[in-house]
Design a protein around this ligand. Structure first.
Ligand SMILES: Cc1cc2nc3c(=O)[nH]c(=O)nc-3n(C[C@H](O)[C@H](O)[C@H](O)COP(=O)(O)OP(=O)(O)OC[C@H]3O[C@@H](n4cnc5c(N)ncnc54)[C@H](O)[C@@H]3O)c2cc1C
Length: 526
């Protein structure tokens, strides 16, 4: 029950950290995960993502508070609840963001030249090594093994409007349209549990506790000494000789800090939690990509869909998958990508597409008994900032999540422009053979009607960050080395420390942060 390091949360960051720290045989590392082991085949077969997305299976399935910018609707916030965390349920797109997103953090010591070696260190890119990509790292990055023909038509559609093809969104230039590379190996999902933990879990100095939920951090003065946990029905206290590292994700890391008496005084007072260390920024600065999805029915039965032909295709796909790890069940659904500028004078792309080979409606919670395709468009650097606060002092309660979607007028303006760009691509000639009926009817609406439709249907594309923000100012929660400001023996390392949203998906950036902080911890420990 005593370890050198205790890592709370076995997600994208936690698995990478625990594996890297336990490379040193002289330290004892404990990794805690509230969910169970990642043994479900639905995690490993990429197609399974669509089954885990809408419900509570391997998924916390949080809801947001009502969102004024979304006409009062509650948003949905899926988060992985198993070894691998959200990397075990995500869409596997391997994206780092724009180089200048990191140069914006140069003053914190996280500029592009500093972070690139850590992206490369974590990566094994099947295309081989170059200035941007690494080989030999644990995280396998691959091209899709069996992309759908309609994803190629989507690329042609964007090209027909003058957008350039980009075969590597993580290379010299992010802009353009192409297929995503994916975190998969041999057609199977490569979560951080698979990439980092599997090779490490036999180590005698690494203890992995599943179904083990951290309830509270224990403090002695200004030093964090351990964690109170609930494993099954048993409450235990684990002691940390050196450090506790909180990696419970952007929605739950701030919750755990606040439950432990670390956070904004008013918020803790409201719930009768004794204030042990005041940090007004805990839970503030929540940022997430607001995302609108359009969809079309199609008569092309090679797209994913609910029909007798679809069931037959998937049954055949299962045989192929089991035989050689190829075929339609290796799809990550969001096969096609794009990073585009709504205004050519912009220095960086401001919108991103995820082109999906099925009809997506309300996070797959609404089923259409048809074949079809969809396209997401999201605003890459939203100005709206929300928060995570406590619903109660009960450590088993869900947090209150308020992403403040589309609260800032500029986000709505950018999203409306993005919807227009996306519709132009979707309605262009190369997709005509596959396009049948527009499901949500955007084309028949005037501008104000379209605006209402966008507010009625926009939600997350699953990238919450920023709630334990890194920085040197009063509202920062952690310093540039991810130590919690003003305390000893405590860090936060996960998507919550990112100061602002990068222009892309957040799995690879979170792993990069874990890689770098693992190095810092080892250096600082001598
Ligand atoms: C549906 C979905 C699709 C996505 N698609 C992509 C994509 O295609 N590409 C991409 O780059 N990014 C994608 N993302 C985002 C990306 O996966 C996340 O940004 C990233 O995984 C966050 O990592 P993290 O370590 O911060 O948190 P997580 O990976 O969520 O890990 C947090 C872990 O902590 C555990 N935990 C929480 N509270 C406690 C507690 N009190 N005690 C113990 N354990 C606890 C959780 O169960 C979880 O395992 C997607 C996310 C989702 C949900």
């Amino acid at each position: 029950m005593e370890f050198d390091y205790i890592v709370v949360g076995a997600g994208s960051a936690g698995c990478a950290l625990a594996a890297r720290l336990s490379e040193d045989p002289d330290v004892q590392v404990c990794l805690l995960e509230a969910g169970g082991r990642d043994s479900s085949p639905l995690i490993h077969m990429p197609f399974g993502a669509v089954v885990m997305l809408p419900g509570k299976y391997q998924n916390w399935g949080f809801q947001t508070v009502p969102q004024a910018g979304l006409n009062g609707r509650r948003g949905y916030q899926p988060r992985g609840k198993t070894l691998g965390g959200s990397s075990s349920i995500n869409a596997m797109a391997y994206v780092r963001g724009h180089q200048d997103d990191y140069n914006d953090w140069q003053h914190l010591g996280w500029g592009w030249d500093t972070v690139l070696p850590y992206f490369r260190k974590s990566e094994h890119n099947e295309r081989g090594e170059d200035a941007y990509h690494g080989v030999g790292g644990p995280l396998n990055v691959a091209d899709l093994r069996s992309p759908n023909p309609v994803s190629h038509a989507y690329i042609e559609a964007a090209k027909s409007l003058g957008y350039r093809h980009n075969s590597d969104f993580n290379g010299a230039d992010q802009e353009g349209v192409g297929l995503y590379q994916v975190t998969q190996k041999n057609g199977r999902r490569c979560s951080t549990a698979q990439a980092f933990l599997r090779p490490a879990e036999q180590r005698a100095n690494l203890t992995i506790l599943t179904q083990a939920r951290a309830l509270k951090l224990t403090l002695d003065g200004t030093t964090c000494t351990g964690v109170d946990i609930l494993q099954g029905k048993t409450r235990k206290t684990l002691k940390a000789r050196r450090e506790v590292i909180v990696s419970a994700g952007a929605l739950q890391s701030p919750q755990l800090l606040m439950l432990s008496g670390i956070g904004p005084a008013g918020e803790l007072h409201k719930h009768g939690i004794p204030l042990l260390h005041e940090l007004p920024g805990v839970g503030q600065n929540l940022q997430d990509h607001p995302d609108y999805i359009t969809a079309y029915t199609s008569r092309f039965k090679g797209l994913m869909g609910f029909s007798p032909v679809g069931i037959f295709n998937n049954a055949r796909g299962l045989m192929q998958y089991l035989r050689n790890g190829t075929g339609c069940l290796t799809t990550n659904f969001a096969e096609g990508g794009a990073f585009l500028k709504t205004d050519p004078s912009l220095a960086r792309p401001d919108i991103q597409f995820h082109f999906v080979i099925s009809i997506v409606d309300d996070h797959a919670r609404k089923i259409h008994m048809q074949h079809g395709f969809s396209c997401h468009v999201c605003v890459l650097r939203p100005k709206s900032k929300g928060s995570v606060t406590l619903a109660s002092a009960d450590p088993l309660a869900d947090p209150l999540i308020d992403p403040a979607f589309l609260q800032h007028d500029d986000d709505m303006t950018a999203l409306m422009k993005g919807v227009q760009v996306m519709k132009n691509v979707m309605e262009s000639q190369p997709l005509a053979p596959y396009r049948d009926r527009e499901i949500f009817g955007e084309s028949s609406l005037n501008n104000s009607e379209l605006e209402q439709l966008v507010r009625n249907r926009t939600d997350t594309v699953y990238h919450p960050i920023g709630t334990c923000r890194m920085g040197n100012d009063e509202l920062a929660v952690v310093g540039p080395d991810c130590r919690v400001r003003g305390l000893e023996g405590l860090r936060v390392v996960d998507a919550s420390v990112l100061p602002n949203l990068i222009g892309g998906n957040t799995n690879a950036p979170t792993i990069m942060v874990a890689e770098r902080v693992a190095d810092l911890i080892r250096q600082q420990a001598g």
